[in-house]
Design a binder for this molecule. Structure first.
Ligand SMILES: Cc1cc2nc3c(=O)[nH]c(=O)nc-3n(C[C@H](O)[C@H](O)[C@H](O)COP(=O)(O)OP(=O)(O)OC[C@H]3O[C@@H](n4cnc5c(N)ncnc54)[C@H](O)[C@@H]3O)c2cc1C
Length: 475
């Protein structure tokens, strides 16, 4: 609904009455941190930013919005990469920021669960688990600022998916405020519950289009006592896939990290983050970071990884290995991998693709995509890295050195079509972990069947008939 300035002022007064004056940020405040997305693609114009402190306040805000037909944009840490948490430029959408809802409501150690409000920062939850000798395994480079509500709403992936699964697999129960303002209390800590549709899965990965997640029951795991990390130099993506199979065959479920990156990724990181250095003095085409975790002591896990990689060297699969000899060195290895995305951003504008294909097809996919992209855009710089153990690649492209970043971005649709058509040929997904948001809302219509899109629209219409929840995102 379009508001005039009196209507907006009245709505803001209502919001202040619900959440308190200091928790409503209006035009008098610089709202850039909320209104501009992380990649600075989208510059929204919200009516205001409303920060409720409890589920009851969220419900009251949503009820008022339903009554007035006001569009709501739920927001967590605003680290999403597809513009999902950014309002449009109409000046008629309200940002509902969950950051004040940051309490851990319960820790049930015997049940291995933690109940947290949506605004809890991911790193805080990881620490809370560690303090109780447990592991909350969701881990991604934005963990210091992204929030669990955002992680659930995007079904975030990250570096632990290979062993522990996506955020969806880590959630046992949810509390959700529906677009009507009703509160659904589904905060159950059950690992078995076959009592009809598992409704929580509708809201996980829905990017705020079906309701507002206010709290969740999350799975915890025993804290591994032993870890071993290595960076392994290899020739190609094909070798990475072969190595993954060998490492899994020798080490089984202990493989908790298997990340792929190229020499060019290392060059970018070492240029923009000089504290990060390659462990090798020689350059190799590609690398994988391998991590094992176990309940056995460090030395045993280290010995297993050394033996496994030693065999791979004998079999001529691996060119060189750098083993982390301390927890500090392991962190340095991870920093080399985790700073790639930010280093590419520091290098200038780029076009990102967050894609997945079956692991068996990943080497052929890279080969086909590289050839097609080079043919259409000669001289581009390919920054290919990612969670290869999950079949998920960040297939990112920087412009040729002599092309201005903005001119390259103007051609994003062409670049995307080249890459995504090849993804489709390999039966893959054009959004493996970041979601659709605003960025891929149109693009997805080229790759999902009409029936699949129609089923999604029917679910949306059933839960949010007035279309007030995050309009213009996903669908
Ligand atoms: C450096 C960097 C590295 C990253 N690495 C990864 C990675 O490895 N894997 C990965 O999956 N992602 C990654 N991301 C993307 C991003 O961090 C994740 O998508 C994260 O889960 C978003 O959390 P957030 O709290 O910032 O959500 P936001 O950006 O605030 O919101 C994301 C979406 O969720 C909705 N939303 C937020 N909170 C709620 C709520 N409580 N209820 C309903 N809807 C809500 C928003 O409307 C929006 O659509 C990375 C981002 C950066 C900047």
């Amino acid at each position: 609904m379009a508001f005039d300035s009196t209507g907006k002022q009245k709505l803001i007064e209502h919001m202040r009455a619900i959440v308190g004056a200091e928790a409503v940020l209006g035009a008098e405040t610089n709202l850039d941190a909320y209104a501009i997305d992380r990649r600075r693609y989208y510059h929204g114009k919200p009516i205001a930013v409303v920060k409720p402190g409890s589920t009851a306040e969220v419900a009251a805000v949503v009820r008022k919005c339903a009554e007035t037909g006001t569009a709501i944009v739920p927001q967590g840490g605003n680290t999403g990469l597809v513009g999902g948490a950014t309002p449009d430029e109409s000046g008629n959408e309200l940002i509902l920021n969950l950051s004040r809802m940051n309490r851990i409501r319960a820790l049930d150690i015997a049940n291995n669960t933690l109940t947290a409000e949506a605004g809890c920062i991911l790193a805080v939850l990881q620490q809370a688990a560690r303090d109780n000798d447990r592991l909350f395994p969701l881990s991604l480079a934005a963990e210091g600022s992204c929030e669990i509500g955002g992680n659930l709403s995007t079904n975030a992936g990250g570096t632990g998916v290979l062993h522990y699964g996506n955020t969806r697999e880590l959630a046992l129960g949810l509390e959700v405020v529906l677009p009507s303002g009703e509160i659904w209390d589904g905060l159950r800590g059950l690992r078995k519950n076959n009592t009809g549709y598992d409704l929580k899965h509708l809201f996980i990965g829905a990017e705020g289009t079906l309701g507002v997640i206010t709290a969740a029951v999350l799975k915890l795991f025993p804290m591994p006592t032993g870890r071993a990390t290595a960076i392994v130099a290899i020739d190609s993506a094909r070798t990475a896939v072969e190595l993954l199979a060998r490492v899994q065959a020798y080490c089984g479920e202990r493989v908790t990290g298997f990340e792929f990156f190229s020499q060019f990724c290392v060059d970018l990181v070492t240029r923009h983050y000089p504290a990060c250095q390659s462990p090798f003095t020689v350059r190799f085409p590609h690398y994988v970071l391998v991590e094992l975790s176990d309940s056995r002591p460090d030395a045993e896990v280290q010995a297993l990884l050394e033996e496994t990689l030693g065999r791979a060297i004998e079999q001529d699969l691996v060119r060189d290995v750098a083993m982390a000899m301390s927890a500090g060195q392991s962190r340095q290895f991870w920093a080399l991998r985790e700073n790639i995305s930010e280093a590419q951003a520091a290098e200038g504008r780029n076009i990102k693709h967050d894609v997945s294909v079956p692991i068996s097809g990943i080497a052929e996919f890279i080969h086909a995509a590289d050839a097609a992209v080079e043919r259409v855009f000669p001289g581009v710089r390919l920054v290919t890295f990612g969670h290869i153990g999950d079949g998920n690649l960040h297939y990112n492209i920087s412009p040729p050195t002599d092309m201005p970043g903005d001119a390259f971005l103007d051609r994003a649709a062409e670049v995307n079509a080249v890459v995504h058509d090849i993804v489709a040929r390999f039966n893959g997904s054009i959004s493996a972990e970041h979601g659709l948001g605003k960025l891929k809302r149109e693009e997805i219509t080229r790759y999902k069947s009409a029936l699949e899109l129609d089923m999604m629209r029917r679910v949306k219409a059933a839960l949010d008939p007035a279309g007030i929840m995050n309009p213009g995102k996903v669908l």
